[in-house]
Design a protein. Structure first.
Length: 288
């Protein structure tokens, strides 16, 4: 069984935004209050986080998520990346688990067990990203990136092992097959992901999809997640008609629309879409 949690359903400004407030969104509908986009997917007990928004701390606490096997990045824009430092708590949980396995305590009465660190191997979080995204992570957050030449103290610094991925080249996380999908037209290199040949498909910011995307989706998806920043679209974001065209072409069983800005009222988008298409909201959970 697979479980999907929409951690945040909003675009970069969130809803309400500082500049536009609620915009077209009804403030009386709690589903219109949106943190920045992020998704958590569990497949056969493998826990995968897609993107680390600036709201990631609250999102993980709200959804009681304490353990992550891997982080997949879609692209390097701040609303998808800049919460990365908050994963230091995930590193601390990993460290505590490692100490428990050895019959030790990591933290006792305000004192960290530094001596026990020497007996514990790497606790780095596996991170997967396009080369362009990885370059931004290494340049903006160099203190987070694991290196064989620098010993880190996981009590204080979250550590990431960065794996470079390429579109259409599958990789595996604990037996889950993941295929990066090439997205076109966004301001920076962006990718989506197909899980287990398309059982679940997650598409991030895009204007159009590369033709190769459809070839990588080898089965009818049980769930397709894709963004609708504004109904009318923008030069680097697909609009409602473009999103519906992609949905019709992929033909999934169920669709969740996320990454919605203040122009997207929940009830309005819900009324415009067929029954198998649903707008996302923060904390939305889907079981497959």
């Amino acid at each position: 069984m697979s479980h999907v949690t929409i951690l945040g359903s909003g675009a970069a400004p969130g809803v309400p935004s500082l500049s536009c407030g609620w915009g077209n969104c009804n403030p009386n509908n709690p589903k219109n209050r949106r943190m920045r986009a992020g998704t958590f997917i569990e497949i056969d007990n493998t826990k995968i986080l897609i993107d680390t928004s600036p709201d990631i701390r609250s999102q993980l606490i709200d959804n009681n998520i304490c353990r992550i096997d891997a982080v997949l990045y879609s692209h390097a824009h701040a609303d998808h990346l800049h919460g990365i430092d908050d994963l230091r708590e995930i590193t601390r949980i990993r460290l505590n688990d490692a100490f428990i396995e050895q019959g030790q305590v990591a933290y006792d009465n305000g004192v960290y067990n530094f001596d026990g660190l020497n007996k514990i191997g790497s606790l780095s979080i596996e991170c997967y990203a396009l080369r362009e995204t990885a370059t931004t992570i290494k340049g903006s957050f160099p203190y987070l990136v694991d290196s064989p030449f620098k010993k880190r103290n996981p009590f204080f610094v979250p550590s990431f092992k960065i794996n470079i991925i390429k579109p259409n080249k599958p990789f595996y996380v604990k037996g889950v097959k993941i295929t990066p999908l090439k997205l076109l037209g966004h301001r920076v290199a962006s990718c989506g992901y197909a899980f287990n040949d398309g059982e679940i498909v997650h598409i991030a910011d895009f204007k159009t999809l590369a033709s190769s995307v459809y070839k990588q989706i080898k089965k009818r998806p049980k769930l397709l997640i894709l963004p609708l920043t504004t109904p009318f679209g923008q030069p680097s974001h697909a609009g409602f008609d473009e999103v519906m065209e992609v949905i019709n072409k992929i033909n999934p069983e169920k669709v969740v629309i996320n990454h919605m800005a203040t122009e997207c009222d929940y009830d309005d988008i819900n009324a415009r879409t067929p029954d198998f298409v649903t707008p996302a909201y923060d904390g939305m959970k889907i079981e497959l």
